[in-house]
Design a binder for this molecule. Sequence first.
Ligand SMILES: Nc1nc2c(ncn2[C@@H]2O[C@H](COP(=O)(O)OP(=O)(O)OP(=O)(O)O)[C@@H](O)[C@H]2O)c(=O)[nH]1
Ligand SMILES: [Mg+2]
Length: 253
Amino acid sequence: MFIVFIIGTAGSGKSWLTAAFGKWLQMSKQDVATINLDPGVSDLPYSPEVDVRDYVDIADLMERYHLGPNGALVMAADLVADQIEEITKEIEELQTDIVLVDTSGQMELFAFRASGPYIANELTKEPKAIVYLYDAVFSVNPLNYVSNLFLSSAVLNRFMLPQVHLLSKCDLLPKEEVDRIVDWSASKTALSAAIDQKLDGTERLLSRNMMLAIYKLGLQSPLIPVSAKTNDGMINFNVAIERVLAEGDKYTF
Ligand SMILES: Nc1nc2c(ncn2[C@@H]2O[C@H](COP(=O)(O)OP(=O)(O)OP(=O)(O)O)[C@@H](O)[C@H]2O)c(=O)[nH]1
Ligand SMILES: [Mg+2]
């Protein structure tokens, strides 16, 4: 069994990608299950085999502890960590080859609190990977792109798992724009030129130095453009996951 956590900023397309990639794997005759780890979601574009909302109820936490929605989400994240053995048992009983895990809407709940890495670590002892989403529309500006590069590096630093980077919702941009962002992810010269061309003053200086820091640490990684609406890029995404998790083999034999 392989476990894939889908992580990204709020609204970056995690749930839709879980749905679309899950369906795509099913059509490719792979044995897949989807898990919802977001206690705050009301509607999902897929039917999860395991749902954290069966373990914690945000509305109940808000009422019982007089919390706001964010306070309740923080508490829910910790309560999920407490239930990790039960959730793991449910996942193991599924006996599927690949498990897609849709994480919290608010990325910081999963990535930047103690409970996230604990959950990632304890949720079965199977091989795991992280898929980090760069929202395509947000990434058009090099300043935003570099900020996301930093966020994805912070996620890597928190989980220390193999990480695949996607440019999500790429159907929303013209192809030239998608190609340009992918180019930034593959070439320091291209990103450097975009920073010089599109930014000035402090933004340019900061972005340039942030880019250099990422390169110095060797944390740059190519983006794979995907769309959950058109299924563009699913083949390349799948190849990348197979490479990091199954040494290039299919998950299901
Ligand atoms: N055009 C387009 N829209 C997308 C795509 N993926 C997601 N969306 C839309 O973007 C919005 C957010 O998508 P979600 O999948 O819910 O994003 P999320 O990261 O799970 O959001 P939160 O869990 O609330 O943080 C929804 O309105 C989707 O319809 C895509 O590939 N293309
Ligand atoms: Mg979601």
